[in-house]
Ligand binder design. Structure first.
Ligand code: TSB
Ligand code: ZN
Length: 644
């Protein structure tokens, strides 16, 4: 018997008969049942793949990211199978996986009705229960084109014509077949917990000039309880969605008249934003940052010199030409502007570090499909700073920024977040500047800083900025998807490009290092996150309207106005509801607006010169003199801000 050697990911190796299937090896080694695919020499393959030569092999379990991808893609096939068996004449196009699920686009004249969707789900259940074997086959490209043409699948024909592979691989389950790279589950019975989540129109190849297709979205999980939990979280996320709450609370809007990704801050949102801005600017001043203001446009040459033009162009708006032919771009980052400020003067080692901060507005081209409310926009203002320092100051500066981030998060009420050390992809010399020694040094500094703060972190190759590695601070949303808010980036590259200098002790000119950092992130992303994190119930210190005074009748308005003025003069953000409406109605409105306190005033409060506060959640506090209430409010803010 001829045998081959398989090296497993734990370093052990086994000999098996040449031509054995991977599932045979799995049962030989009695690896557990949660395996749905494998990686053969690093490439994902089906369990039915034959092992023909010495190789390395890694198991892919159903609940790993790769396993879930296989599961979900197989569920997309199951759905397409169901659709075509129910609605002959419907053509298939593409069906990729997405976060937590998949979709499949179908060519069909009319949209699927809810009844049809229910039927599709039922048919999917039936096909899964039938436990059809899923098999892979290869076919010369020309033959595959011929086959799909005969089947009337024009889109598949055009897809195959567009790929270079020959032969192509196909997957068959029962009487249904699709072009696919795979891998897939061994049989449809592995698909146990799925649901169609929505339907939408989508253009073929995403192009508005093309015909409209019917897209069906679905989700798929290894077990029924996992599916149930996911659906529960989706409902929770919908309630907290910042786009919905932002509208209801009058915080921001997006208008087609102005453009996608260009948010408009309404009065209450603008108020919230200015609270964030003042908060962070005050702290930064106390920490030795100097604030500057620089233009949002600059000569394109500035961005050519910085390397943005080469490495970040996809995110930049094209240059605007002027009468005198000078070309200007909207800045996608603020760094080059701060660098020009640094270069404006000669610096001695004694002046460093120099910390230049700006609420810097910048513009990035983001794909329209990636835009989302305030969390991913095209016009944004970053709580930015660039620290120019000596090499021996790097660690202390980076640690200082991490500590600042921790303080801000505490004040915002964020308890769960994690650190990501974002590294280059060493093989990619295009998206990351080509200088291995520089990257190694910079990465090491950031590791040291993380070690000094003593926090755990995850490494993420390929997530660095083009100019250097970063420590990104990641926050999870309700669905467990993480997003970067704060970032600390170490940069040896831009100082080189712009020939930055300082005069050292020995009188020599030397190169400073730059740390780019954003603490609050962009005002846009932070606001989106704050809304979702607190489900619109902002902490007292952040709430755009903190207090709302409501009277039982108009009789108490004179006293209510006195209370209003006193609170306002003491710096509280307070509103007075002067309308002649029922008390219950006014209180309910204050509650819907998620205002932390309603201050109720009736005859007894006027007589006793007190106020009767009612918390957002419904709890009534005993009436008390206004000054006592103000003291309470102050200590509540102090507690929220960790100052108590
Ligand atoms: C920190 N030059 C650095 C700066 O000095 C910089 O711009 N870094 S960045 O590209 O990572 O952006 C900083 C932060 O802006 C990100 O961490 C992210 O929180 C936020 N951000 C990036 N793109 C968008 C966007 N399209 N919409 C909203 N916020 C964004
Ligand atoms: Zn920067």
């Amino acid at each position: 018997m001829e045998s081959v050697r398989v090296t497993l990911s734990d370093g052990k190796s086994v000999e098996i008969r040449r031509g054995s299937r991977i599932y045979e090896l799995a049962s030989l080694l009695s690896v557990d049942g949660g395996i749905i695919a494998a990686k053969l020499n690093g490439s994902p393959v089906d369990l039915s793949r034959a092992i023909d030569e010495d190789c390395s092999l890694e198991w892919v379990s159903i609940d790993s990211p790769e396993g879930l991808d296989v599961l979900r893609h197989s569920t997309a096939h199951l759905m397409a199978h169901a659709v075509q068996s129910l609605f002959p004449g419907t053509q298939v196009t593409i069906g990729p996986t997405i976060q937590d699920g998949f979709y499949y686009d179908f060519k069909r004249e009319t949209p699927f009705t809810p009844e049809e969707i229910a039927k599709i789900e039922q048919r999917m259940e039936d096909l899964a229960r039938a436990n059809l074997k899923v098999t892979r086959e290869e076919m010369p490209k020309a033959q595959a084109i011929e086959m799909f043409r005969r089947m009337g699948e024009d889109y598949k024909v055009s897809i195959i014509e567009g790929i270079t592979e020959d032969p192509v691989s196909l997957y068959r389950q029962g009487d249904w077949i699709d072009l696919c790279r795979g891998p897939h589950v061994p049989s449809t019975g592995k698909l146990k917990a799925f649901k169609i989540t929505s339907v939408a129109g989508a253009y073929w190849r995403g192009d508005e000039k093309n015909e409209m297709l019917q897209r069906i979205y679905g989700t798929s999980w290894p077990t029924k309880p996992a599916l149930k939990e996911y659906l529960r979280l989706v409902e929770e996320a919908k309630k907290r969605d910042h786009r919905k709450l932002g509208q209801e609370l009058g915080l921001f809007m997006i208008s087609d008249a102005i453009g996608p990704g260009l948010p408009i801050w309404l009065p209450k949102g603008a108020l919230l934003r200015s609270i964030l801005e003042r908060y962070i600017v005050d702290i930064e001043r106390s920490l030795g940052y100097q604030h500057v203001n620089t233009p949002q446009l600059a000569r394109v040459d500035l961005y050519k010199r910085s390397g943005h033009w080469d490495h970040f162009k996809d995110n930049m708006y094209p240059p605007m030409a002027f009468e005198n032919k000078e070309e200007l771009v909207l800045r996608p980052m603020n760094c080059p502007h701060h660098i020009i400020i640094y270069k404006h003067e000669l610096h001695s080692y004694r002046n460093l570090p120099i910390r230049l901060a700006e609420l810097g507005t910048m513009y990035r081209y983001e794909r329209s499909g990636a835009l989302s409310g305030l969390s991913r926009v095209r016009a944004m203002t970053l709580n930015d700073a660039h620290i120019f320092c000596l090499p021996e100051q790097i660690q202390a500066e980076a640690v200082g920024v991490i500590r600042l981030i921790q303080r801000v998060y505490r004040d915002f009420g964020f308890k769960e977040y994690w650190y990501r050390l974002s590294l280059r992809n060493p093989k990619d010399k295009i998206n990351f500047v080509d200088n291995d020694a520089m990257w190694d040094t910079a990465e090491e500094y950031l590791r040291q800083a993380l070690a000094e703060v003593g926090v755990p972190y995850k490494e993420a190759p390929g997530e660095a900025a083009y100019y250097g590695p970063k420590i990104d601070v990641q926050l999870n949303d309700v669905l467990g998807h993480s997003e970067t808010l704060s970032t600390v980036q170490l940069d040896f590259y831009l100082p080189e490009r712009f020939e930055l200098e300082y005069v050292d002790k020995d009188g020599q000119y030397k190169r400073p290092v730059m740390i780019h950092r954003g603490v609050i992130s962009t005002m846009e992303r932070m606001t989106a996150f704050l809304i979702e994190h607190h489900a619109g119930n902002f902490p007292l210190w952040l709430a755009p309207v903190q207090l709302k005074i409501v009277t039982v009748t108009e009789q108490q308005l004179d006293y209510a106005r006195e209370v209003f003025t006193e609170l306002k003069d003491a710096g509280w953000r307070v509103e007075l509801d002067e309308r002649n409406e029922k008390l219950g109605y006014k209180i309910r409105e204050a509650q819907l607006a998620k205002i932390p306190y309603a201050i109720v005033i009736g005859d007894s409060e006027v007589q006793a010169q007190t106020v009767a506060p009612r918390r957002r959640g419904g709890e009534n506090l005993a009436p008390m003199p206004l000054n006592d209430f103000i003291e309470r409010l102050k200590s509540e803010v102090a507690q929220e801000r960790g100052e108590a």
